[in-house]
Design a protein around this ligand. Structure first.
Ligand code: DGY
Length: 324
């Protein structure tokens, strides 16, 4: 074993290079191929006090690391980090809230317009020379004009989406477990009631057991044949098989998806549907926003070991560092 006294941070698989640059010489960085606990050698187990991750830390990995104090997740969603287990171990989990809200909201609006107005298909038409050979691109059957939009989830990103949608002059409503007192939009106590009331559903809830497949056949039926679903939170919230069926049968009109149940694999049936607009999970994926997220991952680790307090701990682990 080396006599390096710097805190050791484990990186399992890939990590944004800016995180590693920012951690610099303050930390010893140990790399393993994956988050599988079988990658942890006795030497690594004896050293690691922190993990920097892209949303993948199972309970078994934490349990292989006796000295683990902090898991710093790159991303606001941390459904792949077992935060409940971390809480039982006294391990703090951090995420990257706030710095990506506006970027993800911008992407949501782009995806909504792409879905309704078929802008990617129109561009592909021009690039293929069809404007010249076949004449104008066909009119889009759908429009944002006159729509009523329901937000499933109204946290920081949901609010940023709602603020943008206000400027588009559409009606807004939302479903959350607890109504907000700071917004003028109509609250629905159930997702089914929201889906009955609107024709466009923007899905922005975190992925968890309680949201899994909550956007399902019943919800598509309630949205109706003019219905549009935009999914930008986590893939598991939408029942993809039921979505394919709803689109193929005309139960709803269209969907725009940035997130999928089994990324990076997207069902061929979705790819084949002309009424679907698809993005490869790029909600926050600009250089500027990913840099801000990288800085927050690094700053959480630095703050934890230098001040004893993380900057953005998740709600399950509101811990301060004990003398260890
Ligand atoms: C997040 O922050 O959870 C995003 O999905 C990552 O792009």
């Amino acid at each position: 074993m080396s006599d390096d006294t710097r805190p050791a941070i484990l990186v399992a698989g890939k990590m944004n290079p800016r995180v590693l640059d920012r951690l610099g010489n303050r930390f010893e960085i140990l790399h393993v191929d994956s988050a599988d606990p079988s990658c942890i050698t006795p030497d690594i187990a004896a050293k690691v006090r922190g993990i920097a991750t892209f949303n993948k830390v199972p309970a078994g990995l934490m349990d292989a690391l006796d000295r683990l104090e902090i898991v710093a997740n790159f991303g606001v969603g941390y459904d792949g980090v077992d935060a409940a287990h971390a809480a039982t171990r006294g391990v703090v989990v951090t995420n990257t809230p706030n710095v990506l809200d506006d970027e993800v909201a911008d992407t949501t609006i782009g995806l909504l317009l792409n879905t309704l107005r078929r802008l990617p298909a129109a561009e592909a038409y021009l690039r293929a020379g069809k404007w010249v050979s076949e004449g104008p691109f066909p009119l889009s059957p759908l429009t944002l004009r006159g729509r009523s939009v329901g937000l499933y989830g109204l946290g920081r990103i949901g609010l940023a989406i709602a603020r943008r949608l206000e400027a588009f002059g559409v009606e807004l409503a939302y479903h959350t477990r607890t109504p907000r007192s700071d917004v003028p939009y109509r609250h629905h106590t159930s997702l089914a009631s929201l889906a009955e009331a609107v024709d466009t559903l923007v899905v922005i809830v975190p992925g968890s057991d309680s949201t899994r497949h909550t956007v399902n056949a019943e919800i598509f039926k309630a949205l109706g044949k003019n219905g549009v679903v935009i999914s930008i939170g986590r893939g598991i919230t939408v029942d993809e098989a039921a979505l394919v069926e709803a689109l193929q049968s005309g139960t709803i009109a269209a969907a725009g998806l940035d997130v999928f149940e089994n990324e990076p694999h997207v069902p061929q049936a979705l790819i084949d549907l002309p009424t679907v607009s698809l993005l490869p999970h790029v909600g926050s994926a600009s250089v500027a926003t990913r840099n801000a997220m990288a800085d927050l991952v690094a700053d959480n680790l630095i703050a934890w070991f230098e001040t004893g307090e993380a900057i953005t701990p998740v709600e399950e682990t509101p811990f301060k560092r004990q003398a260890r």
